[in-house]
Design a binder for this molecule. Structure first.
Ligand code: ADE
Ligand code: ZN
Length: 358
């Protein structure tokens, strides 16, 4: 199968040396479509916010907290991740967290970031929805103004909680409808199939919101099919277990459903034993719209460019053309208007064409 798109201008990919590729990718325009903003909370900021808000942490120091980041599966991570998020109380805290991530993203060539946030993690602790949304949105608007970085919010429902809780969460978010562009589904996957959230996703669709869902990270390929059929999602977050169902792989390719794959996350959470064993090259070769993302960068040892670097290093078979395709996929799979995406892709093509001429 021809897995490559056609560039908007001729690019002589053969002339880009493997030794050049890492720097070229690091400086290329790219989109991040799978980042949990609470997963960007670095231990230093967790301690700063805890001190600011008078919260006692069950860790003696930043180093002690960081050394707790040894995960065996998704749940072992989520327990630490929710504990870290407990320091977020005020609008300023949400702003500071998002601003720190967006500043980093801008420095990595990110032109578009679609940020997941988990309101139930905060509203369950008594933090009002408006505090969460307004703080995050203020940082997003500032990123657009200062760097032209398009930053949008996607409200995620926690799948270990009930659908009633998800419905109530969407209801509470209605006054801020203009502040977020879509809904997603995250947290513990196994035992919480997409069907559980059919009604809340249907309602989100009626509200004109984009729909995405985590599926096939730890859960079976059937959850990917259900996310498409029952929740009507436009993208699948992770989706790496689709290869267990060849008919599903064909469907994902035919329907060009983007997968937001997170290489370092998949290693830290033991979805694959190491990066060399990761199936991303196989997914690309099958013609899937694969994108590279960081998931929870503060916990998984790397931001977006670290994910690209580690992936390219572990898979020498991935060439400049593959890297370009991954970057292009990220821009095209975003929810930005077509003209904006076309402009980003033209910039990407120019970036690669210039490197090939040097
Ligand atoms: N929430 C934060 N990171 C997640 C992940 N990798 N999977 C599911 N839920 C999450
Ligand atoms: Zn995720």
């Amino acid at each position: 199968m021809n897995t490559f798109a056609t560039p908007s201008r001729p690019i002589d990919f053969e002339r880009i040396a493997p030794a050049q590729l890492d720097a070229l990718v690091r400086t290329a325009p790219k989109a991040e479509l799978h980042i949990h903003i609470e997963g960007s909370l670095e231990p230093e900021l967790i301690f700063e916010l805890a001190a600011r808000n008078g919260i006692r942490l069950p860790y003696a120091s930043v180093d002690a907290l960081r050394s707790a980041y040894a995960f065996t599966d998704l749940q072992s991570f989520l327990d630490v991740y929710y504990a870290g998020a407990s320091v977020l109380l005020k609008e300023e805290d949400f702003y500071d967290m998002a601003w720190a991530y967006l500043r980093r993203a801008a420095s990595e060539g990110v032109v578009c970031a679609e940020l997941f946030f988990d309101p139930q993690t905060h509203t369950e602790r008594g933090v009002p929805m408006g505090v969460v949304v307004k703080g995050l949105k203020r940082a997003c608007d500032q990123a657009q103004r200062e760097w032209g970085l398009r930053a949008e919010l996607i409200l995620c429902f926690l799948r270990h909680l009930s659908e009633e809780s998800a419905l109530q969460t969407l209801q509470e978010a209605l006054p801020y409808r203009e502040h977020f562009i879509g809904v997603g589904l995250d947290s513990s996957e196994r035992g919480h199939p997409p069907e559980k959230f059919a009604r809340v996703f249907e309602w989100a669709g009626q509200l004109g919101l984009h729909r995405v869902a985590h599926a096939g990270e730890e859960g079976p390929a059937a959850y990917i099919s259900a996310a498409l059929d029952v929740l009507q999602v436009e993208r699948i977050d992770h989706g790496v277990r689709c290869t267990e169902d060849p008919a599903l792989v064909q469907r994902l390719a035919r329907q060009a459903v983007p997968l937001t794959v997170c290489p370092l996350s998949n290693i830290k959470l033991c979805v694959f034993p190491n990066l060399a064993a990761h199936n991303l090259p196989q997914l690309l070769a099958a013609g899937l719209v694969v994108t590279v993302n960081s998931d929870d960068p503060a916990y998984f040892g790397g931001y977006l460019n670290d994910n690209y670097s580690a992936l390219l290093q572990a898979h020498p078979s991935l060439t400049a053309r593959h890297a370009w395709q991954l970057l292009r996929n990220s821009l095209m799979a975003s929810f930005a208007p077509p003209a904006v995406r076309a402009d980003w892709v033209a910039r990407l093509d120019e970036h690669f064409a210039r490197a090939a001429q040097a």
